[in-house]
Design a protein around this ligand. Structure first.
Ligand SMILES: Cc1cc2nc3c(=O)[nH]c(=O)nc-3n(C[C@H](O)[C@H](O)[C@H](O)COP(=O)(O)OP(=O)(O)OC[C@H]3O[C@@H](n4cnc5c(N)ncnc54)[C@H](O)[C@@H]3O)c2cc1C
Length: 326
């Protein structure tokens, strides 16, 4: 199996303007190598388009940071996130796509050609598929959370909730993500503690109403999770109640951080229309505000952020690419 080439890129440092233009023009350049980008690559080359994938700072995407993936179809006993992504990469390379260990820090259009600037080169293409994903925000203030990563600390209830069936878990956050994750978990676990810093919930009314109807979700307002502890995995979380000025412990098997996502779109500001959180605004699933630039996966789909939807949108982007290039 081909291994990922890891690269160390600091986007802010790479603004030198001495890059060389490559001497080829691709039909499409795909920015990002998670499930969205690699699937867009698979379908693009199978439709006979010349495609290059610029893999970015996290080759293989977010799934390379997790252990087992049990919900991606086709693997009856699950598969490690890393191996799933290595397989996808090998598949797209075998089909004829080029991959480059490059991170894009700017895109411009001159006439009908897009110019994608990386540290050393300027890549050129007739169309662009953006698949740069997003990052779940982590609560750096939660002591020991790094120690228990994948051992009870999670950022994805849909991915990891099944590991805690019948147990007690905590969810941190008071917005839409936290309430959705709590509702999902309430069907699997014995009890969900929803730990909310303020004295109210920011989430939309529909989610607040759903949570209120679920007897196994207990909301702890004015509360901050300050530390997790356990032996080989999480067994407790310490809570600071600001109103009563007390610290106490809750016995839980997992803590889900649900404080939102940050899309990797800094470099697209001013080039594409983004919403107020920075997600790419799309219509017809994958069309962006610039003709010939398509978006797929977590960078524009904040409601259904999973590998399967990212891959599906990669396919849709390749169909719209075909409609654009014909
Ligand atoms: C810990 C964890 C566990 C998860 N478990 C599951 C699971 O079990 N099942 C499931 O379905 N989903 C799971 N998910 C969610 C899943 O990983 C995402 O929904 C999916 O990876 C999104 O795919 P994507 O291709 O849109 O983006 P990503 O996978 O985030 O890939 C983004 C790609 O863009 C590249 N990139 C970023 N910026 C640039 C740039 N400037 N230039 C070039 N490239 C760039 C990165 O290098 C990366 O390759 C999990 C997520 C996490 C964080």
């Amino acid at each position: 199996m081909l291994e990922f080439e890891t690269i160390d890129i600091n986007l802010t440092k790479k603004k030198n303007l001495s890059q060389k233009e490559v001497d080829f023009i691709e039909d499409v350049i795909i920015v990002g190598s998670g499930p969205a980008g690699l699937t867009a690559g698979i379908y693009s080359v199978m439709s006979n388009y010349k495609a290059a994938i610029l893999e970015g700072p996290e080759p293989g995407g977010q799934l390379t940071t997790t252990t087992e993936v049990y919900n991606y179809p086709g693997f009856k006993n699950g598969i490690s996130g890393r191996n799933l992504m290595l397989n996808m990469r090998e598949q797209v390379v075998n089909l004829g796509a080029k991959t480059f260990p490059e991170t894009v820090f700017s895109i411009k259009r001159k006439g009908n050609i897009f110019y994608l600037y990386t540290e050393n080169y300027i890549y050129k293409s007739k169309a662009v598929i953006i698949a740069v994903g997003s990052k779940p925000k982590k609560l750096e203030t939660l002591k020991n959370s790094g120690l228990f990563w994948n051992k009870g600390i999670s950022v994805c209830a849909i991915c990891d909730g099944h590991l805690f069936k019948g147990k007690r878990v905590a969810v941190i956050g008071g917005g839409n993500t936290a309430l959705s994750e709590s509702i999902y978990l309430s069907k699997l676990v014995d009890k969900v503690y929803l730990i909310v810093r303020k004295d109210n919930l920011r989430a939309i009314a529909m989610l607040r109403d759903s949570v209120a109807k679920l007897p196994n979700i207990e909301i702890l307002y004015n509360s901050e999770a300050i530390e997790v502890d356990g032996k080989s995995s999480v067994s407790l979380v310490k809570i600071f109640n600001k109103k009563d000025n007390v610290v106490y412990e809750l016995e839980v098997s997992a803590v889900f951080m649900a404080v939102g996502y940050k899309p990797n779109t800094e470099f697209l500001k001013g080039f594409l229309d983004l919403d107020k959180e920075g997600f790419i605004i799309t219509k017809d699933v994958v069309k962006t505000s610039v003709d010939g630039v398509f978006s797929c996966g977590d960078v524009s789909n904040k409601l259904y952020a999973q590998a399967i939807t990212a891959a599906a949108e990669g396919f849709i982007a390749s169909v719209e690419l075909g409609n654009f290039l014909k």
